[in-house]
Design a protein around this ligand. Structure first.
Ligand code: GLY
Length: 374
């Protein structure tokens, strides 16, 4: 029988990979330190390879990810009996001028909008925006309230074993340098060694604490939600530094600051919340009057070129699924498929090439993608 796989990290990647492996008949154990800090509970849940303006291999991965989402969500919903809130609602990216719009990297995948088109797609959009792209194929999942819970339930239904409150403190290698065991500290403070020769490192922004060679660092994001009248907004609006993501029931998730200088410094800041408030006012003035419901923050796992680290690690037997930065929800399905395929040795050549493009020690040249605040 195939050996049990340990998943280090109970966030979105850890759960998605655990689910995929369990579906393939593998025994899986998930070690999770504190599930509430996972970026999967923080993100807005956008599926936005085009609205994010991704390029190169990251666009290729993002498009492959987007394509897999409907079947993946159907599997999670089928295994869990819970809905995930997938909406292919389209995303509008507005610009101050047609010239700015025409320079946007993923424009060829979208439909151009003039001011009248913007007003049609987003009634009440702020006067500053004169042009835009509509990406009808982009969308969202209700990650915080639905997807994470559904994935956990699906994993449990398939026999995945969870150990919450367990911090992995170190990795042990055998004489040949391969993974032999992990050292952990339980919720009760007990220190133990757990033998494992197959494990997936999916510790998000904290990944380099376990394996310092990994070029992963935190980029803090602050968020809030608003209660809009139901149906007030039918598409996501993705502006510079601020986006509004309308859930089916009228809740609007607003993101997000991007604060690499904050490190792991927790908490909301007045400057961060002011940035979001002025972004809301500029994008959709009436939304500035919708009542705020919740405010939160989290840490994106970023890498120098903003692409994830997938597949083999410097330690044979330890696999990587981290560094998804702004695109974790979008990339969860494809990451689970690729990493489970690498572990099982079942990847087709094209998929192997994709994993190779995101190896941990690639040459990292950043192509700026997402739009910073104006
Ligand atoms: N996915 C958008 C963000 O990370 O803010």
């Amino acid at each position: 029988m195939a050996e049990r796989v340990l998943i280090l990290g109970g966030g979105l990647m850890g759960l998605a990979i655990a689910h995929q492996l369990a579906r393939r008949g593998r025994a899986v154990q998930v070690l999770s330190r504190r599930r509430s800090e996972a970026a999967g509970f923080v993100a807005a849940g956008m599926l936005a390879p085009h609205a994010e303006g991704l390029a190169g291999d990251l666009l290729r991965l993002g498009q492959a990810g987007l394509e897999r989402v409907p079947a993946w969500v159907a599997a999670v919903e089928g295994d869990s009996g819970l809905g995930c809130g997938l909406r292919q609602c389209g995303i509008v990216v507005p610009f101050a001028s047609a010239a700015e719009r025409d320079g946007f990297a993923t424009g060829p995948y979208g439909q151009p909008l003039d001011r009248a088109g913007l007003e049609r797609e987003l009634p009440g959009i702020g006067p500053r925006w004169q042009a835009g792209w509509l990406f009808p194929q982009d969308g969202q999942i209700d990650n915080r309230r639905r997807l994470m819970r559904a994935l956990e339930r699906a994993c449990v239904a398939l026999g995945v074993h969870f150990q919450e409150g367990t911090e992995v403190e170190g990795l042990e290698r055998d004489g040949s340098g391969s993974l032999r065991a992990v050292r952990l500290r339980t919720a009760e403070g007990e220190r133990r060694t757990l033998e494992a020769t197959q494990a997936v490192l999916a510790c998000g922004a904290w990944s380099a604490r376990l394996l310092p060679e990994l070029p992963v660092f935190p980029v803090k994001g602050q968020m809030l939600s608003l209660q809009a009248p139901r149906g007030a907004l039918s598409r996501v609006i993705f502006g510079p530094g601020t986006y509004l993501v309308p859930r089916q029931d009228g809740l609007v998730v607003v993101g997000a600051t991007s604060e690499p200088e904050a490190g792991f410094c927790e908490g909301l800041t007045p400057a961060g919340q002011r940035q979001l408030q002025s972004g809301i006012e500029a994008l959709l003035p009436e939304a500035a009057g919708w009542p705020p419901m919740e405010r939160w923050w989290g840490f994106r796992p970023c890498t120098p070129d903003e692409g994830p680290l997938l597949g083999a690690s410097p330690i044979p037997g330890l696999w990587l699924a981290t560094g998804h930065h702004r695109n974790g929800v979008l990339l969860a399905a494809i990451t689970a498929e690729l990493v489970a395929g690498v572990i099982g040795g079942t990847l087709a050549q094209e998929e192997q090439d994709l994993v190779e493009a995101f190896r941990w020690n690639r040459d990292a040249t950043r192509t700026p993608t997402h739009r910073e605040p104006a």
